[in-house]
Design a protein around this ligand. Structure first.
Ligand SMILES: Cc1cc2nc3c(=O)[nH]c(=O)nc-3n(C[C@H](O)[C@H](O)[C@H](O)COP(=O)(O)OP(=O)(O)OC[C@H]3O[C@@H](n4cnc5c(N)ncnc54)[C@H](O)[C@@H]3O)c2cc1C
Length: 432
């Protein structure tokens, strides 16, 4: 191995793609030592978390082992959660890895020549009273799995009292962005499917799902036309949508809004905003913004240290043609990973870094089996609204593109076939 050490922290939608590309291009030819560090042993593509929460996806089947993937792609993997940075010594600090009461790995320091931080984001509850204690934040696999277990438990608990007609499950979702809307649709679908597998203690029509949104329409990032199409579809699914309702307090029993409404709910999911992990705030003198994102230049280099790059949700990257930064989305992380791979190759060869140009491909929202809606950005800033099977196909394409970057054409094809076979062979939902 060459001595140049590229350390990538965070193997998510962006970081894992970057490690794979750099491993294939530099690690394989011994031009650099590429090391990926992640706080978990396996990767799960974050935009699928709502499917895990609703039981539509079994994370154990879809997860990817970092160690196995690293071996195939000429990079190394280390388990660890970054907790600090020592720029003077070019080292990152990894917190001790603790399992139960046992310290599996002590605090460690890892040296780098080039550091890339791609550790994503967490949910931002904007300090809303009661949110942290009473809501599930759908920002990691463990939270999605916890939600799924809690959802199934509602059925199991209901089985012990009252006849089915009297049993209700109230779910409130705060935030009508992609996560909230997609989760609501998946849960609605699960509520109908579960009865087929003996979870009939609560009738589907007694599962009340309410989405609360502070702005005046669902999915404000979409065009008004697409946004309206989604609202109508949600209503068809009997999902209550309350727009213009700011949640001010959350208790064990439900949510209070600014206008004075109370929405009762036993299950509450907060999906209304993001922020980068707390420890990044001003980390060793690097510039950060009010939501802890590392401020980077268009080439994704941090503004105060040329050896440190950041991208994806944890970075504020300027957009070429707009006053707003690159949005925190999987498509941004994917595009940035592709460019940064080329750029870091250039850097090693003594060539200039490349500036990131964000291409908004539009947004597609999956409404579970009821279809998908969204808009695709066309030329001349015109956008085209798609619905139904075409939109569903394009929605799935974003995930397949991620798999394609990680595995190449033939393995992605095999994975598509595996998914189809699994769907035919097993139950449609995860039931445990
Ligand atoms: C339910 C849901 C649905 C979504 N749907 C869409 C969608 O349809 N389209 C879209 O474009 N975007 C969607 N998004 C947003 C998208 O998931 C994110 O924008 C994208 O995953 C960001 O990629 P990333 O690489 O920056 O971070 P992530 O994919 O979040 O990866 C971060 C990685 O860093 C690791 N990590 C975190 N902290 C540390 C640490 N301290 N040390 C080491 N490792 C660490 C994590 O384990 C993780 O592997 C959705 C998000 C959610 C939650």
């Amino acid at each position: 191995m060459s001595n140049h050490r590229i350390v990538i922290v965070g193997g998510g939608a962006g970081g894992l793609e970057l490690a794979t590309l750099l491993g294939d291009r530099l690690g394989r030819k011994h031009k650099a030592d590429v090391l990926l560090i992640d706080a978990n042993l396996t990767h799960l593509w974050k935009p699928r978390l709502h499917e895990v929460a609703a039981g539509a996806l079994n994370a154990d089947v879809d997860e990817l082992s970092y160690a196995g993937h690293a071996k195939r792609h000429w990079f190394r993997f280390a388990l660890g959660r970054m907790s600090g940075l020592d720029r003077a010594r070019r080292e990152i600090v990894l917190a001790p890895h603790i399992d139960g009461n046992e310290t599996i790995l002590p605090e460690r320091r890892i040296g780098y020549d080039t550091l890339v931080i791609a550790i994503g984001s967490n949910t931002n509850d904007f300090g809303t009273p009661g949110a942290r204690d009473n809501c599930i934040f759908l920002d990691r696999r463990s939270a999605a799995e916890h939600f799924h277990r809690t959802f199934l438990n509602e059925y199991l608990k209901a089985g012990t009292h009252n006849p089915p007609a009297e049993k209700h499950c109230n779910i409130a979702i705060i935030g009508a962005g992609a996560t909230g809307v997609e989760l609501a649709a998946e849960l609605n679908h699960s509520a109908h499917e579960l009865t087929e597998y003996g979870f009939d203690q609560i009738r589907p029509e007694n599962v009340t799902i309410t989405i609360l949104e502070a702005s005046d329409r669902v999915l404000p990032v979409l065009s008004p036309k697409a946004s309206e199409a989604i609202r109508q579809q949600l209503e068809k699914l009997n999902i209550r949508v309350l727009t213009g309702e700011m949640v001010t307090q959350i208790t064990e029993d439900g949510l209070h809004t600014k206008s004075g409404k109370f929405v009762p709910a036993s299950l509450k999911v907060w999906s209304a905003g993001i922020k980068a992990p707390e420890f990044l705030k001003d980390i060793d003198g690097l510039e950060t913004n009010r939501i802890n994102q590392l401020v980077v230049k268009r080439n994704m280099q941090t503004t105060r240290d040329d050896n440190i790059f950041a991208f994806g949700d944890c970075a504020q990257c300027p957009r070429q043609d707009a006053s707003t930064p690159v949005p925190p989305r999987a498509q941004s992380a994917h595009q940035q990973a592709l460019l940064l791979a080329k750029s870091l190759q250039n850097r090693l060869a003594g060539k200039p870094l490349l500036d990131f140009v964000y291409r908004d491909k539009g947004s597609l929202i999956s409404l579970s089996k009821s279809g998908s809606v969204g808009n695709i950005m066309g030329n001349l800033s015109k956008d085209f609204t798609f619905e139904g099977k075409v939109a569903r196909f394009m929605y799935i394409t974003l995930y397949r593109m991620h798999q394609f970057t990680l595995h190449g054409f033939f393995r992605t094809l095999l994975l598509i076939m595996r998914d189809r076979l699994a769907r035919r062979a097993g139950p449609k939902l995860k039931l445990h």
